[in-house]
Write a protein that binds this ligand. Sequence first.
Ligand SMILES: Nc1ncnc2c1ncn2[C@@H]1O[C@H](COP(=O)(O)OP(=O)(O)O)[C@@H](O)[C@H]1O
Ligand SMILES: [Mg+2]
Length: 413
Amino acid sequence: MLERDSTLDKYRILQPIAAGGMGVVYKAEHIHLRRLVAIKVLLPNYALDERTRARFAQEAYVQGQLSHPNIVEVTDFIHIGDVLAFVMRFVDGPSLEQVLQTESGPWPLDKVLQVLRPVVEGVAYAHARGVVHRDLKPANVLLDATIQASMLGTPRITDFGLAKVLATTGGVTRTGSMLGTVPYMAPEQFAGRSDIDARADVFALSMMFRRMLTGALPVDPNNMIAVTEVYTGRGPLSDPDDWGVELPHPLAQVLRRAASIDPSGRPTTAAAFLRAMEARTEETTDWQEWNQKTAAEAFRRGQVQAVNGRTEEAARWFATAVALAPEVEAYQVELGRVAPVVQAKEGQDQEANPPVRTEPDAGGKRVEMEPARIDRRETVSEFDRSAATVMGAIALCILLLPFIISISLFIAN
Ligand SMILES: Nc1ncnc2c1ncn2[C@@H]1O[C@H](COP(=O)(O)OP(=O)(O)O)[C@@H](O)[C@H]1O
Ligand SMILES: [Mg+2]
């Protein structure tokens, strides 16, 4: 750890911001310019490994090549003795993941687009320069403070630690290993394929849209059976038509295609994704009306669930209605009626099953990342995959059990 007020090259360290992967990010300031920066420093034990150093330098280089308002700018690289670090513009604001932790959504479409359209633009810019990010997720989108308090900050993409430069062959990224974060990582990344291209980022973008529009991820990242089923096409990745959010047809269509298990079904780059999105936004101008219509539909679905005694489902729909149209009192009244029932039930469930501890980055499960940890994490990832295979086999046996029993009875008779 670097001490407060210590200097690193031309920068004064102010405080650590985050420790993760293979480095620590510090808030610092340029000694002379007094400009705030963020410095990502490679942890000393990783700095001993040449491969890791090369990987870290590549992260800085790739991000340093990109100059776009929605990508965090890398401004300097430091190599003093054993210390390796790179300097970025300081982003004064939380990550999108942090915002989603407190405001999980569903978010109204205009707010989702306000955040995600610039993200897609930044990714499209990177794709146009042959760079695939490969770890897009809300935790890697930082929201820069804005002067208008009512607005969310300017989104800036960061963490190009897994990025791949398409034109290069080989390079310092290991191919054939599972890299990324479930469930944002594309199925082909999950399968450990080496021919990852821009379509993997398109998949991740669709998951980000989905999380924000519905308030939830399509699958629990800690449930490896469910994750494996989704990624192999055996488990359903529900259709945008079933999200309970009224999306205009073209947008639903592009989100449906972007989440294809087979990459050949997806838009080929973020630019293609963006074009489809833009076509959609030009069509609808009245967001207020859109929110109200969607809220009314969610409310109607909630009422159906409530009548059928499915209180939890009903509460989810009513919460959606309230989130989209907080001004409608009827929605709040209905939510108020079912919420205590759900809370009481949750309380009972928790007594019976104490909550499972979740990872701090609850928005996804990072299964493997920088080569710095490859030796250790290879085992983890291989374990994850073999565990998933065994669990898949067990699930298959259970499914086939009735057939096996009937055949045995038939033969016995
Ligand atoms: N330029 C920056 N300005 C402000 N905070 C940053 C900056 N870059 C990174 N951080 C903080 O550090 C955290 C980790 O950075 P990241 O590059 O995503 O590394 P990791 O590989 O550990 O995920 C971010 O979530 C953010 O909180
Ligand atoms: Mg990160």
